[in-house]
Design a protein around this ligand. Structure first.
Ligand SMILES: Nc1ncnc2c1ncn2[C@@H]1O[C@H](COP(=O)(O)OP(=O)(O)OP(=O)(O)O)[C@@H](O)[C@H]1O
Length: 555
């Protein structure tokens, strides 16, 4: 379904002439590096720029020089290069050989200041307790600063949100706007960044993250446009506050855009968070409108048949997810301009992913050809390595009681239990409450207010077990969540990965237990294979959590 949706609304014929010269140089550099990447993959396993012969200039310079992190370049030697002047400083002749310089990220920066963020932002990050960037932030931030369109892929809970928010805030944050003293609104009514998320909850979570960094004095620079909330009020707020950043769900953004009350033609950034979900059929029309209007050149003439979507060359498209199936690669190539695939320890040209191939994830060595293998590639490395995965076999009618025993045996404090159907989900909450467990339901049938109230209670620890459906599987960040339970099986490994990723966030411990019937065990085995991780059988004998063949598990 996702790929069908993608295929039907991909913009066609993006013109090369829109691209900046500097982009040519970068792309050309990477074209050459692709050959190296492919060879290294076959021979040495994990792909990183270092693994394919890129040497950091920093390594070659003395200690003082090393502290100067500009420019962020690495070098690679090429046998017989044929390059031209358009390479824009990217070419250096060195004793008969030529050395290419390729931009790359400092993959494990030790501080945010190394990544070139402005001082005000570093101070605010510090105030919020963010002092060291995560790996994906170290690779993504400099890459976004260099104007590349990107697909950011790294495992759940690894900090992808700040990876794109920080460069955006650096460019459109409070110090970049028109006079910020007093309550004076910005003169420029154009939105500078549009961030699209597939659910209201995720949209609101992103808004809160931005507000936290902007602080009370500047929080009006961001505006939420999620469905379920009062539209007129959102439109009023747009008019009054003239925000620089809007965050919303596809439906509401498209709806307000149609009314002409959302000015995004001059938009600099378009972020598609959980991009593979945004490709789904449900969002097709709304996404089409967003892609067509955000960053579209103001006053552009009538669309030509060759290029149906005339975009500002400056629009930077940032696509993000823990899972990147090939449908995303294909869509990204069409929506973005020569996008790069940014992972925790590597930055690759998306073009290095062959049309019938797969995302070449570092650490994976198989060469898949079938659809199921493509899915495997999309999900391997989508989960934090420290997560523990188990399954327990029981009858359908005993599943909820098994959940209760599981929560007690693991002494889990904050649990998300996933089910597939709303009615059964409500029954499960009723049963848990009747057995003395503080539980609550979260699903799409509830109104926006009820949904946010329940989520707040869960985050505060007032609800121990949140019984929910796919709605909460994507992006939801509750750092205290220590257990995820699948009371119903997810539809595939991608859905498993996003559900499981609600726990074990940012290096914390986390356990995932799938409670299934005997007839479903083969599906668990299949998930195990696709995810490339062990899912062990477990038991809850005498209130203790026991793993088959192991002693009682210390959690
Ligand atoms: N550099 C950092 N230092 C400390 N905490 C961080 C840092 N970056 C992000 N975090 C925190 O880590 C948590 C997970 O981040 P985030 O939600 O962005 O993960 P994600 O990779 O987008 O996950 P998912 O794929 O599930 O959406 C959040 O609570 C966030 O505030």
């Amino acid at each position: 379904m996702a790929s069908l949706g993608a295929a039907r609304f991909l913009p066609l014929g993006e013109s090369l002439c829109l691209r900046k010269l500097s982009r040519f140089s970068r792309v050309a550099t990477f074209h050459r590096s692709v050959r190296f990447l492919s060879r290294a993959d076959r021979e040495n396993g994990p792909l990183t720029l270092a693994s394919v012969g890129f040497k950091s200039e920093l390594q070659a310079t003395d200690k003082d020089e090393r502290n100067k992190l500009e420019p962020l370049v690495s070098t690679v030697e090429v046998a017989k290069p044929k390059m031209k002047a358009v390479w824009n400083n990217a070419v250096k002749a060195v004793r008969g050989k030529e050395t290419l310089e390729a931009e790359f990220a400092p993959f494990s920066a030790k501080s945010f200041s190394e990544l070139g963020l402005p001082l005000w932002l570093i101070e605010r990050l510090d105030r919020e307790g963010f002092t060291v960037p995560t790996d994906v932030q170290s690779s993504a931030i400099p890459t976004i600063f260099k104007d590349h369109d990107v697909v950011i892929q790294s495992y759940t809970g690894s900090g992808k949100t700040l990876a794109y928010l920080l460069p955006i805030l650096s460019e459109v944050g409070p110090l970049k706007k028109e006079p910020s003293n007093g309550d004076k609104p910005r003169k420029n009514i154009d939105i500078k960044a549009v961030i699209v998320a597939p659910s209201r909850e995720l949209g609101m979570q992103i808004v809160r993250e931005v507000e936290k960094l902007l602080g009370p004095e500047d929080k009006k620079l961001v505006q939420q446009l999620v469905g379920g909330a009062n539209r007129s009020r959102q439109e009023e707020a747009l008019k009054k506050n003239k925000p620089a950043i809007v965050v919303g769900t596809p439906g509401r953004i498209a709806e307000i855009s149609v009314t002409g009350k959302l000015h995004t033609h001059g938009c600099r950034y378009l972020v598609l968070d959980e991009v593979d979900e945004l490709l789904s059929f449900n969002f097709r029309e709304d996404m089409h409108r967003i892609l067509e209007h955000v960053g579209r050149k103001s006053g552009a003439g009538p669309r030509s048949s060759k290029s149906p979507i005339t975009r500002r060359p400056e629009r930077q498209t940032i696509m993000v997810s823990a899972t990147v199936p090939f449908s995303v690669i294909r869509a990204a190539q069409s929506w973005g301009q020569d996008p790069l695939l940014v992972q925790a320890k590597s930055v690759l040209p998306l073009e290095s992913v062959p049309p019938s191939g797969h995302v070449n994830l570092p650490g994976s060595s198989s060469s898949p050809s079938s659809t199921s293998n493509l899915q495997t590639q999309a999900t391997i490395k989508s989960l934090p390595p420290a997560l523990k995965h188990y399954y327990y076999v029981t009858r359908l009618q005993h599943k909820v009681d098994t959940l209760r025993r599981c929560v007690h045996a693991l002494d889990a404090k904050s649990v998300i239990a996933f089910m597939n159907h709303t009615k059964q989900l409500k029954d499960a909450v009723f049963k848990l409450e009747a057995r003395g467990i503080n539980a609550a339901e979260l699903h799409g049938d509830l109104g926006k207010l009820a949904r946010s109230t329940i989520l707040k209670k869960f985050k505060k620890g007032e609800v121990r077990v949140l019984v929910t459906n796919e709605l909460s599987a994507r992006g939801l960040d509750v750092s205290e969540c220590d257990l995820v339970v699948n009371l119903d099986l997810p539809t595939d490994s991608i859905h498993y990965a996003h559900r499981a990723g609600r726990t074990g966030r940012l290096g914390r411990k986390g356990t995932v237990v799938t409670i299934c019937e005997e007839s479903e065990v083969f599906v668990v085995k299949k998930l195990q294979k696709q995810l490339g991780l062990p899912i062990q059988s477990c038991d809850f004998a005498e209130g203790k959590f026991v793993v088959e063949g192991e002693k009682t598990l210390d959690v």
